[in-house]
Design a protein around this ligand. Structure first.
Ligand SMILES: Cc1ncc(COP(=O)(O)O)c(C=O)c1O
Length: 452
């Protein structure tokens, strides 16, 4: 029997989220009981605050940059509407995402289309609406050029490069193919080469800065080869989000071991839950010397380069949470040392669980019940027939026993967790999203379904 006390990995909470959980418990409980568990609560005002903070950082470091919100990180329409009202753009990777961005009010010329080897339908829509298309290969460029020629409409393109630090990426073009693509774009009547983009796995700001610096070289080279408008460098997303305090995270990493998880489960790695914040990383990308030379912002100003950033997760930091209703509690404390709390719904509504990892910030009970003298160690399971359907593998130390009918809050789930992996498994309907508008202090929040 495992008797160790569970590690408290307390999730950071935006003050508005804390206020909601404290003051609006009855509303939240009635929403999840009435609309179904799990229920995703989305908070567009916090998204808007995050975008403003990123804009302030960009202004502070002195770079010209456009923000395109990476739509794949959350399907809710409210964020597209917020993007439209803020005047920022959207990065889409499919025809349905493009259509949703347009219907949210974002004009086509502020939409970037990324993703590998896009199909002809998406190309045609992008051409028709004047989007900026990041092209992944020479073959894709040729197809897009044919579509633009048929429509007699000039299409703006970025070429996606495979950067030196990740030569085995399946995305983008290595040097030889990229050179051919530059010549092809420069010679095509209905193609305007505007710059370059890359895909980088990971959250290292220094690596992103080096990759962006490579792309400045590529813009300069393209200008020499007959593409005078090559002036955009798209550094993609990859701005990290801080879910827990860094010292707490470091302590967690030091003491982490398989016995802390249901069935002694082991994981290959975790998201860096307590690393740099998005704005710290953004500042580092642009202001730190690159390869011991000048910073990206200094070089870009000299070479007349404009940047694009495509934050998904970072734009959604704290801009939503997920509520689950507890369906059953299997108290195995006497035999195994912990309980299994089964919630209505599944881990498909918490995507991290399907990347051989665990969503680590502690879920919190939404409750007025007083804390008990001892912690209640429990992992959290979904109510499907899959042995691996664990919403939290880690044994969490709840402040008091959890009972059927309680509600658990998973904090900060808007960025990728909510809906990337949801499926109608067991014929279950897809969980709903409720938009909560916080309004002015002292007024009650207003809610509506995200899609009616
Ligand atoms: C082209 C592109 N842009 C933006 C993003 C968003 O990244 P993040 O959510 O880490 O900001 C991704 C993520 O895969 C991407 O592939």
């Amino acid at each position: 029997m495992t008797t160790s006390v569970p590690f408290a990995l307390t999730a950071l909470q935006h003050p508005a989220v804390s206020a909601l959980l404290d003051a609006e418990r009855a509303l939240l409980e009635s929403l999840v009981d009435g609309l179904g568990s799990p229920l995703h609560v989305v908070l567009p005002e916090i998204f808007e605050e995050n975008v403003a903070a990123l804009q302030a950082t960009l202004h502070d470091v002195g770079v010209d940059a456009d923000i395109l919100f990476a739509k794949k990180a959350n399907k809710a329409d409210c964020y597209a509407r917020s993007a439209a009202s803020l005047g920022i753009g959207i990065d889409v990777a499919s025809a349905p995402e493009l259509i949703r961005a347009l219907s949210g009010g974002v004009p086509g010329d502020r939409i970037g289309v990324s993703g590998p080897e896009k199909d002809d339908t998406l190309h045609a829509l992008a051409v028709q609406h004047g989007c900026l298309v990041a092209v992944d290969s020479l073959g894709e460029l040729r197809r897009l050029a044919r579509t633009a020629t048929r429509a007699r409409t000039r299409v703006r393109v970025l070429l996606r490069s495979r950067v030196a630090s990740q030569p085995r990426s399946r995305f983008g073009m290595a040097a030889e193919e990229r050179h051919a693509a530059v010549l092809c774009a420069a010679g095509a009547e209905f193609v305007e080469l505007r710059g370059f983009s890359f895909h980088l796995t990971g959250y290292c700001a220094a690596e992103r800065a080096v990759a962006a610096d490579e792309l400045i070289d590529q813009c300069l080279d393209a200008r020499r080869r007959g593409a005078p408008s090559a002036a955009l460098v798209d550094i993609g997303g990859g701005l990290p989000v801080r879910y827990v305090d860094p010292p707490l995270w470091d302590a967690f990493v030091r003491q982490n071991e398989p016995t802390h998880y249901h069935a002694d489960k082991t994981f290959e790695g975790f998201y860096p839950y307590g690393g740099q914040s998005a704005n710290e990383a953004l500042r580092a990308v642009f202001t730190q010397p690159v390869n011991g030379r000048e910073s990206l912002s200094a070089r870009a100003a000299r070479e007349d380069i404009r940047f694009i950033i495509e934050p998904g997760r970072a734009a959604l930091d704290q801009a939503g949470f997920t509520l689950y209703r507890v369906q059953q509690v299997d108290d195995r404390r006497d035999t195994d040392g912990y309980a299994i709390v089964t919630v209505a719904g599944s881990s498909f509504s918490l995507s991290e669980q399907w990347f051989n990892s665990d969503y680590l910030p502690d879920p919190v009970p939404l409750s007025v019940r007083p804390d008990a003298d001892a912690l209640f160690p429990a992992c959290v399971a979904g109510s499907t027939c899959l042995e691996n359907d664990l919403v939290t593998w880690r044994k969490v130390g709840f402040p008091r026993p959890v009972y059927r009918g309680d509600h658990l809050v998973y904090l900060n789930t808007a960025g990728y967790q909510m809906d990337s992996n949801e499926s109608p498994f067991h014929d279950a309907p897809l969980p709903l999203k409720v938009v909560l508008r916080l309004g002015a202090a002292g007024t009650a929040p207003r809610w509506q379904l995200d899609r009616i």
